[in-house]
Write a protein of this length. Structure first.
Lengths: 525, 185
């Protein structure tokens, strides 16, 4: 590395060939936002069809393609890459490293993603339509009865799995090897901790997902019978393998969100995070437990009672470390000098709504009760409370929180607050009624429904349109801030913000911490 | 153990090995383990895929177990498929015989595979088949008919609360994939 500081290359090649963690983080964030809008558009089609009972707008087959692609795009295209983008931007700046450990691999991790999703989206135009078997792609729906485009789906999953694994290895290598002198593990900001643990989860379970889709590929094209009963296989095996990946996957989505909230709440409470060490141990405990609870997604497949009980108790156990986290966040705010800027509003929104999602999760964990809830809108409501109000709200909070640092320009605070309140209200109008229709027995993934569910579904649809529209306000606010936002002069931006990234100028120069910073004795979190 | 002097390369090599190992884990551990567990514990109502070697045992005449038979065709399997009797009363320990009928109404030779399932699944490990048409694939010529035998013993150790056992067969058309690759079940 030369002594001279150089800026980014010009034009398109800057983005194609970049190995700069800030550039790659930016690309991840924009890509995930584009996917968020695409997945959101699919959701709008779903809600428009469900606005009234009866078949209104789309064919049932197309409706199933929409539910499938909505789930896949949101999970793998919007939420996961957005947190990887956040990790790229923030982890080197938070631990005092000049860049990620493997900058060229970092470039690859990102650039194989757009082709994967282009391929996935292109299945919509193929004969037989896009995959229509739900984002969980249970065999034999995804093997024997799948449309021909399933092969493209499998390949897309392979690519984004490779991308995730490379990204995770990069994050682990960075955190383990590139911390500034004095930045011990227990001084790392909690966002770095949660991502470190998330990355280990990804390395452990993304290959399992790859294995599952490889088995599907072999069953479809090479005459094996992993999931076909006729040849001695078992479709239930698919569910075990999928959820062995799938349950850690939901923590892969939510742990970085926990990290974000653990950065933002102390900043606007003007107090250090309460119980830092317990937060680290709780995160690790959640990650460990995530490997032994997968069958709570499949209580109704006909497990022995002992199995149901084991998975029920193990699942309930997760409420303990999660409760520790919620308690610590609330206690951090206790007697703090709180202010309620947009990032804080989204964080408190996260806290309230995620806790509701956690409670419905606890309800679902009760095996005998789950037989009633299974595959109903109650489940849909539950996982949207944790995925949208959990992951997406925290991601939104993160963008508002760090955008002034990244760009050196402030977003419009009033518009941000409007965005929060419209999102918060729209979200609850959308998903709260789904608890009721679910308990009353409305199954998920259906384009039509009994008349008794009509009113709540209309409410849901109206809420969804409100929530969807509010995201356009967010997009506008971000672009307006980047183009013409008020310049931020202060390095700290928020007066309660702590951590190495806030010691850098706003915006930070293209290369930062080429000489490692001095870590004060005071912990940085 | 260090795989490289460069700590970054060392970390990458180890994590790369972990991800490869996890991919292999699915194939070489999860799949066989699942099958072994299902066979051993009768999970999912799976019965053993091999003939039971009967051990001489007392016939428990103090109780009778109702055994019900169900025959189902998978998907668009065109065969006629039905049990000779829909239920039998048997004593634990006694050997019992019955047959299932199958008829191929098409003009073409076909091969079928019956897949058993026992309900309640807890009973699966106590339901022993000494002979079963489900152990092998069943070929039938066009318009052919067959009587397919089943011999079974209900174990004396069957839990007392199980009074009824339902044995269900689903018949799959395996003509197109008829080869050695198909395991005989």
């Amino acid at each position: 590395m030369g002594d001279h500081h150089h800026g980014p290359a010009k034009g398109l090649s800057r983005w194609l060939y970049t190995t700069n963690h800030k550039d790659i983080g930016t690309m991840y964030l924009w890509f995930s936002f584009a996917m968020f809008l695409l997945g959101g558009a699919f959701a709008m089609i779903i809600r428009a069809e469900l606005f009234q009972p009866g078949m209104q707008l789309v064919e049932p087959g197309f409706f199933n393609q929409m539910t499938t692609l909505h789930g896949l795009v949101m999970v793998f295209g919007a939420i996961m890459p957005s947190f990887v983008g956040l990790a790229n931007w923030l982890i080197p700046m938070m631990i005092g490293a000049p860049d990620m450990a493997l900058p060229r691999m970092n470039n690859w991790s990102f650039w194989i993603l757009p082709p994967a999703f282009l391929m996935l989206a292109s299945t919509l135009l193929m004969e037989g339509g896009a995959p229509a078997f739900g984002w969980t792609f249970y065999a034999p729906l995804s093997t024997t009865y799948a449309p021909p485009s399933v092969t493209f789906f499998i390949f897309a999953i392979h690519i984004l799995g490779v991308s995730s694994i490379m990204g995770s290895i990069n994050i682990i290598a960075t955190v383990m090897n590139m911390r500034a002198p004095g930045m011990t593990y227990m001084k790392m900001p909690l966002f770095v901790w949660t991502w470190l643990i998330t990355a280990f989860l990804l390395v452990a379970v993304m290959p399992v997902l790859a294995g599952a889709v490889t088995m599907m590929l072999m069953d479809i094209h090479f005459g094996t019978s992993f999931f076909s009963a006729a040849g001695g296989g078992d479709p239930v095996l698919f569910q075990h393998i999928f959820w062995f990946f799938g349950h850690p996957e939901v923590y892969i989505i939510i742990l970085p969100a926990f990290g974000v909230i653990s950065q933002i709440i102390p900043a606007f409470s003007r107090k250090p995070l309460f119980g830092y060490a317990s937060m680290v141990y709780a995160t690790a405990a959640i990650a460990f437990l995530s490997f032994i609870v997968w069958a709570h997604h499949m209580y109704t497949v006909g497990m022995p009672v002992a199995g149901e009980l084991f998975f029920m108790y193990a699942t309930m156990l997760i409420a303990v470390p999660t409760g520790v986290k919620v308690f610590n966040w609330v206690t951090t705010m206790w007697r703090g000098a709180m202010t309620f800027e947009t990032p804080m509003l989204f964080s408190i929104g996260f806290l309230v709504l995620f806790t509701i999602g956690g409670f419905t999760g606890l309800m679902l964990s009760i095996a005998p009760a789950d037989f009633q809830y299974h595959d109903t809108y109650f489940v849909v409501a539950h996982f949207h409370y944790v995925m949208v109000a959990g992951a997406v709200f925290s991601m939104t909070a993160a963008i508002y929180f760090w955008l002034p640092k990244w760009t050196g320009r402030m977003y419009n605070e009033t518009m941000g607050k409007v965005h929060f309140w419209v999102s918060f209200i729209g979200f609850n109008i959308t998903f709260f009624p789904q608890h009721f229709v679910g308990l009353a027995g409305m199954p998920r993934r259906i384009p039509d429904y009994a008349l008794q569910f009509a009113d709540f579904n209309m409410m849901s649809s109206i809420g969804a349109f409100i929530y969807g529209a509010s995201q356009l306000l967010f997009l506008y606010n971000v672009i307006a801030a980047i183009v013409a936002g008020e310049k931020v002069s202060d390095e700290k931006v928020w007066d309660g913000a702590e951590g190495l990234e806030w010691t850098l100028p706003s915006p930070p120069p293209y290369h930062t911490f080429e000489t490692p910073p001095k870590i004060e004795e005071q912990p940085a979190h | 153990m260090r795989l490289s002097q460069d700590p970054t390369i060392d970390t990458v090599a180890k994590l790369g090995a972990v991800s490869v190992a996890m991919f292999a884990f699915v194939f070489v551990v999860m799949v066989p383990l699942y099958n072994v567990l299902c066979d051993a514990l009768g999970i999912n109502g799976k019965t053993s895929s091999e003939a039971y070697i009967s051990v001489s045992a007392e016939i428990d005449e103090t109780r009778s177990i109702k055994v019900q038979f169900i025959a189902t065709n998978n998907d668009d399997m065109p065969w006629a498929f039905s049990p000779q009797v829909t239920e039998m009363l048997v004593h634990p320990g006694a050997a019992n015989d019955t047959v299932f009928f199958a008829a191929n109404p098409t003009m073409n030779a076909m091969v079928a595979q019956a897949i058993p399932s026992v309900s309640p699944s807890r009973a699966a490990e106590y339901f022993h088949k000494t002979e079963c048409f489900c152990f092998e694939q069943q070929p039938l010529d066009g318009n052919g008919e067959a009587e397919m035998p089943l011999q079974f013993i209900v174990d004396q150790d069957l839990p007392a609360d199980i009074k009824t056992i339902t044995l269900s067969y689903t018949l799959f058309d395996v003509t197109s994939q008829m080869s050695d690759k198909v395991t005989s079940r």
